[in-house]
Design a protein around this ligand. Structure first.
Ligand SMILES: *[C@@H]1O[C@H](CO)[C@@H](O)[C@H](O)[C@H]1NC(C)=O
Ligand SMILES: *[C@@H]1O[C@H](CO)[C@@H](O)[C@H](O)[C@H]1NC(C)=O
Ligand SMILES: *[C@@H]1O[C@H](CO)[C@@H](O)[C@H](O)[C@H]1NC(C)=O
Ligand SMILES: *[C@@H]1O[C@H](CO)[C@@H](O)[C@H](O)[C@H]1NC(C)=O
Ligand SMILES: *[C@@H]1O[C@H](CO)[C@@H](O)[C@H](O)[C@H]1NC(C)=O
Ligand SMILES: *[C@@H]1O[C@H](CO)[C@@H](O)[C@H](O)[C@H]1NC(C)=O
Length: 392
């Protein structure tokens, strides 16, 4: 199954990229901050999720507010699915077969998904489907960098919606466009105090991007793998439920880990349903790493190492010790721009410029998030990539 999807992946890449030969790249951007102009689509609204409420109630205010956008996005996905399997059977299957998965999820996730379904009026199966999409349709860039004073900055582009319907006219991904209005910043509180903050999509309860103020910052990127991508999910559906869902692990770490080291150990050692990259930043010098995960274990941890001149780590969707897929090299442009910026000049502002350089910025980029652990600041921006622009 993983092999088949890899073949599909490569052939789709080939088809879409014929619209874009040669690959569109540009010189490193500068002075992009504060966000403005055609690559900046809008600010992101803040919401509060009160962790003291019952899990089925805590998303209610946010989902009530974003209901129309969420329903519209799911309708688009259903239209795409119906175009793919015209009988409507695919959607019927989702509505019938997926709700039971909610029973199998650990506290608090099952109840939270029920709450999202209740607040949005969407069938539970569709809410579940949206929450497992991450497995298949994301590509991203994450960077943790240390300045000469030992401050750690963490930035990321979240690129979501790969292969979810290419709009030939607009040269855009239909689902990526629909996701932009769903981007929200969330302040998760307990006892009326911030526990962590995150950028996420309304209706998505796992975390891909977050900060525990003064303690650590965390992002997750998908890791494509021939042996394991979807097998874990399939096993879960079939009843063998050992590993943890990746974005539930990041959520749990953001909520409950008390230090960089504790977070690192949990991210490196918890058995997962699928491979992943975790990009973790701490609150003091040298604390920044990429954890490359297989389902069972950590394959490699690459850390900031000032003695070796490694003042930042940057991860896209390929193992750092291997070359990226030749049609999808966002790593080299990203590193080129980081190297040009130099450690002396790295700030959230200059990092935003790096993340605004095509193809690090591409047609899938839905948001850019910037995090400064020492101030606890998380800010995010909805993005656009005007033509000419790479599809990923
Ligand atoms: C395509 O572009 C048109 C005109 O700008 C816009 O009205 C439409 O919503 C776009 N379609 C999508 C799927 O983004
Ligand atoms: C919660 O905190 C906010 C600001 O931090 C404050 O305005 C509000 O009164 C607090 N609410 C309660 C119930 O303590
Ligand atoms: C965090 O820990 C609390 C207390 O043990 C637990 O109730 C909660 O479910 C945990 N959160 C997550 C997301 O695992
Ligand atoms: C860094 O995190 C540790 C562990 O949570 C904490 O004890 C320490 O005070 C933090 N340091 C700073 C500078 O915030
Ligand atoms: C960036 O600099 C690092 C450290 O000097 C070097 O290893 C790497 O090859 C450079 N990458 C690019 C793309 O310039
Ligand atoms: C670093 O910033 C300073 C001050 O803004 C500027 O003069 C210098 O050219 C920058 N260096 C690089 C390598 O961009």
């Amino acid at each position: 199954m993983a092999r088949l999807s890899f073949v599909v992946f490569v052939s789709l890449i080939s088809v879409v990229s014929t619209q874009f030969i040669p690959p569109y790249t540009e010189d490193c951007r500068a002075d992009m901050y504060p966000p403005k102009g055609p690559t900046f689509k809008g600010r992101v609204t803040w919401y509060t999720v009160d962790l003291d409420l019952h899990p089925s109630k805590r998303w209610m205010p946010l989902i009530t507010d974003k209901k129309a956008e969420l329903v519209s996005m799911m309708q688009t996905i259903k239209d795409l699915a119906n175009a793919f399997v015209p009988s409507g059977k695919l959607v019927e299957m989702v509505d019938k077969a997926l709700p039971f998965l909610v029973e199998t999820l650990p506290y608090p996730f099952g109840d939270e998904l029920r709450g999202v379904a209740a607040a949005s009026g969407l069938p539970l199966g569709e809410v579940v489907l949206f929450n497992i999409f991450y497995e298949v349709f994301t590509v991203c860039t994450s960077i943790v960098a240390e300045d000469p004073k030992g401050n750690l900055f963490h930035g990321r582009n979240l690129d979501f919606g790969l292969f979810m319907g290419w709009d030939m006219k607009n040269r855009s991904w239909i689902v990526a466009e629909q996701l932009k209005p769903l981007v929200v910043n969330v302040d998760f509180r307990r006892n009326n105090q911030t526990v962590f903050k995150s950028t996420t999509f309304a209706g998505y309860i796992g975390m891909l991007t977050g900060i525990k103020p003064n303690v650590f910052t965390l992002t997750m990127n998908e890791r494509f793998s021939l042996d394991g991508g979807y097998i874990g999910i399939l096993e879960w559906i079939l009843g063998q439920r050992k590993g943890m869902w990746m974005s539930f692990l990041t959520r749990s770490v953001l909520e409950n880990a008390t230090s960089y080291e504790v977070a690192k150990t949990r991210l490196a050692q918890t058995e997962l349903l699928a491979p992943a990259y975790f990009i973790l930043g701490g609150n003091q010098t040298g604390q920044g790493c990429i954890i490359t995960r297989s389902r069972l274990l950590s394959l490699d941890i690459l850390e900031i190492d000032l003695k070796l001149g490694r003042w930042y780590v940057l991860e896209t969707n390929y193992d750092h010790w291997k070359a990226p897929l030749f049609l999808d090299d966002r790593r080299t442009p990203g590193m080129t721009c980081m190297n040009k910026t130099t450690q002396t000049n790295i700030t959230l502002k200059t990092m935003y410029s790096v993340l605004s350089t095509k193809p690090v910025l591409n047609k899938l980029t839905t948001y850019t998030t910037l995090m400064d652990v020492s101030t606890g600041n998380l800010e995010s921006y909805i993005r656009d990539c005007p033509n000419p622009c790479m599809p990923w």
